[in-house]
Ligand binder design. Sequence first.
Ligand code: P6P
Length: 346
Amino acid sequence: MDSITITRPITLSRYLVEKHRGPAGLPVDLCQLIESVARACTQIAVVVARGGLADVLGEAGSDNIQGEAQKKLDVISNTLLIDANEWGGHLAAMASEEMDWPRLIPARYPRGKYLLLFDPLDGSSNIDVNVSIGTIFSILVCPEHADLSSETAAEQAFLQAGAHQVAAGYVIYGPSALLVLTVGDGVVAFTLDRESGAFILTRENIRIPEETREFAVNMSNQRHWEAPVQRYVAELLQGSQGARGKDFNMRWIASMVADVHRVLSRGGIFMYPLDERIRAQGGKLRLMYEANPMAWLVEQAGGAASTGRARILAITPEKLHQRVPVILGSKSEVAVVVAYHADAAC
Ligand code: P6P
């Protein structure tokens, strides 16, 4: 009988075990925490896919700290992530876009050394129109003498620059559910096998092309942008007739996970820059659980991530829900935008 070649898929579990055994020496409890987050995202993928077949669409009838009306799936996803992670003994606390303050681990469970931050369902304005959305997560080490005596006191423990992350990733709920992950030695992607419930390694060593002809920004805000971004985008729009000497293409899904996944997959520049309407808040996107994890993934894939004036991962946060301008993607294009900000500052 001919030999049968069985290709043994590499599951997330096996990938993490090999990261633990290998040079990275990933701690076992961090591996277990990442798996726990992935399991919660598998549950979110199921609920998101149910859509109109279950009572999960539409508004939840509440607002989050951002003053944004919460969708039912925002609240459900937040609850699934909390329920999956609070008992494992890996966490000192959790923080979420959907919660005003960090959530401490209940006394009935052991506390661990990590802090988990997440945007449980990013892009929720797209939920009711069936466009890709996603969960973004970031993992930090809790400082040894952190004050975890109350939820408000615990905020200080989270206020670490993005360069201190030990793991970051997102799950995009699209035609496939994909987990994209970095633990500091490159970026890999796993595809959810809905039959087995396992995330299967489907892409390794994801790299962002240095050059690109594709940009992502919400053009309806153009009149509010600062001069450097006005200048940069105007040149893109001039195409081969202008200073750049080549034509560009534009995409805007208005779901950060989907737009950044495209940048990671084929290059591009993604921008949510400062504009006059949001200057007082510091920007639109949140530093701790949107910009920082995405910035680390992008840098690990050979790209760059800046506010236009500073490397995102170098920012020391002052507030848990702090917002920042985000310009990330192909290194050469981010460099142009940063240079234009520097020119304007002179
Ligand atoms: P706008 C989704 O609400 C989000 O936070 C990001 O996922 C997305 O990139 C951005 O806001 C879209 O903002 O102003 O274009 O709707």
